[in-house]
Write a protein that binds this ligand. Structure first.
Ligand code: SF4
Ligand code: SF4
Length: 758
């Protein structure tokens, strides 16, 4: 048996390439054991600051639309812009080189430096140089490379790859940096504060700036009409890299080209706010190289004439541009908002949720586009929660990119008779029957749940047997440590039918609205009483509500990358709902992940005509509908649902679902509960970490619970003041995570409201 690796002994470089599945699992354990506290603190600070900074922008949405439009147009016209840029750079007196591959770029830069007999190069932060492994290529030619960004300097000393796109060493705590410097520089200097560390690094770097023969920088944007470069930074080191040495080489991907310098303004507004939450970074440089001012000359030496080279690299980007899905990744402006708002990234950072160069939700597309598809395996850590979609300044649908990567990786798997037979049995589309058993199992949850619902007592007894849990773990990867919620005696559909049979009063008190409640599979098979409570709440304010038949909506399948299966399920469900949409009925959806499907994901799954009908229709979370009707009719909800009558008490801790917030359907619940007299404390975590099947999977169970820990801690803090609170949550996954992590009952807001009715 292989000796288990101590996670603390793993160097991040050893697990940078995640095409090996074991590397991904080792990286998760390593980051959880070593890096997580620093990653959490830093990303969550950026995230909070971003919310605050963007809230102050009155035209935030228009800026995002403009940024998206500029990038879309630039990528569409890229060949023409590159020609124009080449002419501009040459007219300015600079050199232009378009490198087809990483090796071409390395060779060109190395040759330029050798021609200049450069011995020492200072480098400002450039993720593209990491992509082409430039340091390695230059050092092999005898050229010393000095990283001048403090974070890159730390990584160079530690020999690690970046873990974050704008703060590459954010996984380092101050204490770990002190220990690293003391060990590597063998010094007794006091290095116990941030200031002492910065002074120490600055002294070392200053000597390098003075002695450097050349400077290599990146570029945030490049204007085709003038050859101008735009760079934003915090330390001023990039400005020195570009201006002190006589030879300046700027290296960037071809996607950084925009038509004009006038386009820079939009991105200067968005980039720092989306990244660190600063209104502006300390240094914003707009350069028009080669510079006219003389270069720096050490005392007693003559200044050399300036020379400028712009090296643009393709390295797979043209292929990405032609790709119907991956081309969207080229709009990325590398701000990091998608990482800082991602609960999984916040917990493990880019050394687990990342590859050799790129990380986070968008990183998978970049690793696949500039490397190989299997390098994008870490994108499995994208749970599809969609929190990043509304935070991205260029509105990239990151989960959709990752679902497609997953689908492509599924196809790369060898087919087998077992997978085909299981797929046929469970209803996977034929294209998806190559997907691993685990994915097919979770994608077709409704089939398994449907069978269990026929004999729930037996299903519950069997799935509790250790032997069965062991079998489920080894065959479909369902972690045996995860608590399984029991199947209820009856489904939502059955309870609804019983209600009809009993002929109990169920009609609205006055039919002022006509709502169809969608029986999603999660509530139908898992929490039918919750579904009935939702219908009762709506009826209490006079809404006439009926239940639809239960049908899979595609959420479970799309999250496994089984897009053909998801499309088939979505089309079948659309046929079921269309007659109601055409009548203008409001469709209420209790499960937020399904609400998000109807509101946005179906754009990718339905034909254009059907999607148009969905896009126009009214899909609502039940308490959204409740609040809207109450406001329309001037109903005082506290007269119907009196918090003081609830056996659960009036003090509650409410956690809204990630997709509910992305759909802007969460604040209504809080407003309803407060208006009924509940004292509500809300969670501020982006996601509970359960994320559908994610927290059930053997590979991700530990990460899922680690993510959940932030939520559990918020509950504990809230309860330190004034005692216990009833746990209330809106999503099935959130219920399961809170129930497993805190070992306590969790109820839905509709159940809380019903409890007030006696
Ligand atoms: S969809 Fe959620 S999990 Fe995926 S990258 Fe975005 S924030 Fe992270
Ligand atoms: S995908 Fe969007 S949010 Fe993420 S780094 Fe790129 S621009 Fe920023």
């Amino acid at each position: 048996m292989a000796t288990p690796v101590n996670p603390a002994d793993i160097n991040p470089r050893q697990v940078a390439n995640k095409s090996d599945k074991k590397a991904l699992l080792d990286a998760i354990r390593m980051t959880l054991s070593v890096q997580s506290p620093a990653v959490r603190r830093n990303t969550q600070t950026f995230n909070r600051n971003r919310y605050a900074a963007t809230a102050l922008l009155p035209d935030y949405n228009e800026l995002k639309d403009r940024a998206r439009q500029i990038k879309e147009d630039a990528i569409a016209n890229l060949p023409r812009l590159l020609e124009q840029l080449e002419a501009s750079v040459r007219a300015n007196g600079g050199h232009f080189y378009l490198a087809k591959t990483a090796a071409d770029a390395d060779q060109y830069i190395r040759d330029v430096l050798l021609r200049h007999e450069a011995k020492l190069v200072v480098k400002g932060k450039s993720i593209t140089s990491e992509e082409i492994k430039l340091n390695h290529a230059l050092e092999a030619a005898g050229i010393t490379v000095a990283e001048t960004d403090l974070a890159e300097f730390i990584l160079q000393v530690a020999d690690e790859q970046p873990s974050h796109i704008i703060a590459p060493a954010l996984h380092y705590s101050r204490e770990r940096i002190t220990a690293l410097f003391k060990r590597k520089f063998n010094t007794d200097l006091p290095l116990d504060t941030g200031e002492e560390l910065t002074v120490f690094a600055r002294e070392k770097l200053r000597q390098q700036f003075i002695a450097a023969d050349a400077g290599i920088s990146g570029a945030n944007l490049i204007a085709a009409d003038s050859g101008s470069l735009m760079l934003v930074e915090s330390e001023g080191n990039i400005r020195m890299t570009m201006t002190l040495p006589p030879l300046h080489i700027a290296l960037a991907g071809i996607e950084k080209v925009v038509p004009s310098r006038t386009d820079f303004g939009t991105f200067i507004e968005l980039l720092p706010r989306s990244g660190t939450g600063q209104p502006l970074t300390s240094y914003v440089s707009i350069l028009h190289p080669p510079l006219k001012a003389p270069s720096f000359a050490a005392p007693g030496k003559a200044a050399k004439p300036r020379e400028f080279h712009l090296v643009l690299i393709d390295n797979g980007r043209s292929r990405m541009r032609e790709d119907p899905i991956l081309h969207e990744a080229l709009y990325c402006i590398r701000c990091s908002a998608c990482m800082n708002c991602c609960a999984n990234f916040e917990t493990v950072g880019g050394h687990a949720f990342g590859g050799e160069t790129y990380s986070g939700g968008i990183g998978g597309s970049w690793e696949a586009g500039t490397g190989t598809l299997m390098n994008a395996r870490f994108s499995e850590l994208c749970t599809g929660c969609s929190r990043c979609v509304t935070q991205c300044p260029v509105r990239i649908d990151i989960p959709w990119l990752n679902e497609n990567l997953r689908q492509r990786m599924n196809v790369e798997q060898p087919s087998s008779a077992a997978k085909s037979a299981f797929g046929a049995m469970t209803g996977s589309a034929s294209e998806d029957r190559v997907a691993p058993l685990q994915k097919q199992f979770f994608a077709n949850y409704h089939v398994m749940a449907g069978e269990a619902a026929r004999f729930p007592a037996m299903a519950n007894a069997v799935t509790r047997l250790p032997l069965v849990r062991g079998l489920m773990e080894s065959v479909v990867g369902l972690d045996r440590r995860r608590k399984l919620p029991p199947f209820p005696p009856k489904t939502w559909e059955q309870l609804y039918r019983d209600e009809h049979a009993d002929n109990r009063p169920r009609a609205a008190k006055s039919a002022s609205a006509d709502v169809l409640m969608f029986a999603d599979v999660f509530t139908n098979y898992g929490s039918p009483e919750r579904g009935m409570a939702a219908m009762r709440v709506l009826r209490e304010v006079g809404i006439n509500v009926e239940l639809s038949p239960s049908s899979p909506d595609g959420r479970a399948a799309i999250s496994q990358g089984m897009i053909a299966t998801a499309r088939r399920q979505a089309s079948a469900l659309a046929q079921l709902l269309l007659p109601h949409l055409e009548k203008g009925r409001v469709i209420c959806v209790l499960e937020p992940s399904v609400l998000a499907m109807f509101r946005s994901d179906y754009e990718h799954l339905l034909d254009a005509g059907t999607w148009e009908k969905f896009a126009r229709a009214s899909f609502m979370e039940p308490l959204q509908a409740l609040l809207s009707i109450a406001k329309e009719h001037g109903t005082d909800l506290s007269q119907i649902f009196r918090a003081s009558k609830s056996p659960h008490g009036t003090r509650v801790f409410y956690h809204s679902h990630c997709q509910q917030r992305s759909c802007d359907a969460a604040w209504q619940t809080i407003e309803v509960l407060r208006s009924c007299g509940f004292d509500v404390v809300t969670s501020s975590v982006e996601c509970c970490g359960m994320a559908g099947s994610f927290g059930y999977k053997r590979e991700y169970y530990e990460l899922s619970l680690a993510v959940g820990e932030d939520l559990f801690a918020q509950v504990r803090v809230a309860e330190q003041e004034g005692g216990p609170r009833t746990l209330v949550a809106s999503g099935t996954s959130c219920h399961e995570q809170l129930w497993a992590g805190m070992g306590r009952e969790v109820i839905h807001p509709v159940e809380l409201l019903v409890s007030t009715l006696g």
